[in-house]
Design a protein around this ligand. Structure first.
Ligand code: NAD
Length: 497
């Protein structure tokens, strides 16, 4: 029987014996069979995390000791890098080389938090009174539910697991039901690295069955969620019942703004990567191209030429530049999205359909797609397709570019291309998105906060703020010379008075 749930230090099967087959998005072949948790399993995982946290053992470890644990996890991830990257590309269908890049990022996240955590100190508060010692301390927030998406499974998990461990929390990790393999491997590594029993727990399975209890249970203190907007809304509502802390990393409709005075060749090349990398299954993908009218024809014709030449293929195709979509359901969603864009008046310049290549017939391949003549009233400009679909809008002035760039409920990321540094600075400041790239698109670092304005999320991952998510702040006030408060009279009152 498959035993891939990790609860209270043991590898277990689902309580009702259910399993799930994971199939390759590239060719439909069977990748792995894993346990499919029930709500009872989720409750057992919460129970284990709660008991481990309430025992106080892990929270009482010194920062140095927890830092050593997190650094050891980074070492073990490095040791197993080849095997883990292969598992990630097996589940997601992404090219092996991309999975290897992702894994290097995962390791850097664990290394970053291992170093950062050591620096968290108490803060002394100056009260102006010599008798008082007042200090601000940081304590682990408690039991955390860590719920992740399928596009960067281990990377998104690392943004949560590394700071949660560093802070001294206990957690239940629930990766996407579509991509469980690397989370299983990570749990083996955390166990090997020496985390106390019950600190790290793993639940696999459907969001509504295995995930939802984690967001409703009063024994959970914090939910950190990365995924779609609709799920984020549901999770926030569920968490409100027990006033859990909530951190949300949701979707994006990210404007990529090219002014006529930009380095046009570099801007075009980056615009292609921004939207077609990982077939657009990237929260910060540059899906909205805003281009100054005078350079529209040149930019668009070159992007279309480049899009037509993109080579798609599976994990081991060394010539491939991007891969399949995650599932049939997702491919059908992207198809519907393109159809509705055309119905709303967008002009299809290339793509817009499943790949006709024979070697792609058993997988979920969708052609790189470019839609021109778009505007912000169209749902294709407002809604996330999460596929390889670029919409193009034109602008005439800086003010118009800013206004278009902000005309979205999302606020995750955006870019501005221009040789005028004062202009790029003005536009970067005016755009209401959590990350702005100037004359670049896509890079991020573990040291720099990541997250969204508006409906793209709440709070931040990565950087020092990413550790703060997992810390409670406590003020401890000590009076070294106890005295009466003097507020109420301590004299006995006579009966007549
Ligand atoms: P999703 O919302 O469908 O699922 C995400 C996770 O939530 C999965 O583990 C799923 O099982 C779980 N889930 C679903 N319903 C739940 C419920 N009611 N209660 C608890 N858990 C539940 O998202 P997805 O399709 O896996 O991922 C794609 C989305 O993630 C895109 O919108 C993308 O923009 C977003 N994303 C955002 C970031 C970011 O940093 N902002 C990063 C990666 C992905």
């Amino acid at each position: 029987m498959d035993r891939s749930l990790f609860i209270d230090g043991f590898w277990r099967a689902a309580s009702d014996g259910s399993t799930r087959e994971i199939r390759s998005p590239h060719d439909g072949s069977l990748v792995v069979v894993v346990s499919e948790a029930t709500a009872t399993d989720s409750s057992a995982a919460i129970d284990a995390a709660r008991r481990s946290f309430d025992s106080g053992e892990f929270a009482s470890w010194s920062w140095r000791r927890r830092s050593d644990l997190v650094a050891r996890i980074a070492d073990l991830l490095e040791r197993d890098a080849v095997e883990i990257a292969r598992k990630e590309s097996g589940d997601t269908g992404k090219r092996l080389v991309e999975a290897e890049y992702d894994l290097a990022d995962v390791i850097s996240v664990f290394r970053y938090y291992a170093k950062l955590g050591v620096a968290v100190d108490d803060r002394i508060v100056q009260t102006g009174d010599d008798r008082i010692r007042s200090r601000i301390t940081h304590e682990p927030v408690g039991v955390c539910a860590l719920i992740g998406p399928w596009n960067y499974p281990l990377l998104q998990a690392s943004w949560k697991v590394a700071p949660a461990l560093m802070a001294g929390c206990s957690f239940i990790l629930k990766p996407s039901e579509l991509t469980p393999s690397t989370a299983i491997h990570l749990m083996h590594i955390i166990q090997e690295a020496g985390a106390p029993t019950g600190v790290a727990n793993l639940i696999l399975g459907a969001g509504t069955i295995a995930g939802a209890p984690l967001t409703q249970d009063s024994r959970v203190d914090l939910v950190s969620f990365t995924g779609g907007l609709m799920t984020g809304r549901r999770i926030m509502a569920a968490a409100a019942e027990t006033v859990k802390k909530v951190a949300l990393e949701l979707g994006g409709k990210n404007p990529n703004i090219i002014f006529a005075d930009a380095d046009i060749d570099a801007a075009i090349d980056n615009a292609v990567t921004a939207v077609f990398l990982h077939s657009g299954q990237v929260c910060s993908a540059g899906t909205r191209l805003l281009v100054e009218r005078s350079i529209h024809d040149r930019v668009v014709s070159e992007i279309v030429r480049r899009a037509k030449a993109i080579r798609m293929g599976g994990p081991d195709d060394l010539l491939a530049e991007t891969g399949p979509l995650i599932s049939r359901a997702h491919l059908e969603k992207v198809e519907r999205y393109v159809d509705s864009a055309i119905a709303e008046g967008a002009t299809l310049l290339t793509g817009g359909k499943r790949s006709g290549e024979k070697s792609h017939s058993a997988g979920w391949y969708f052609e790189p797609t470019v839609l021109d003549g778009c505007n912000t009233r169209m749902s294709c400009v407002q809604d996330e397709s999460f596929g390889p679909v670029l919409t193009i809008e034109v602008f005439d002035t800086e003010e118009e570019a800013i206004s278009l760039g902000n005309d979205t409920i999302y606020g995750l990321a955006g870019a501005v291309w221009s040789a005028d540094t004062e202009k790029t600075e003005r536009v970067a400041r005016a755009l209401r998105h959590g990350t702005i790239w100037i004359n670049d698109f896509g890079p991020y670092r573990a040291q720099a906060e990541w997250g969204g304005f508006k409906s793209s999320g709440i709070r931040r991952e990565l950087g020092p703020s990413g550790l703060d998510e997992y810390l409670e702040i406590k003020h401890i006030w000590t009076n070294t010379s106890p005295a009466h408060s003097g507020w109420f009279s301590d004299e006995e009152q006579g009966e007549d008075s």
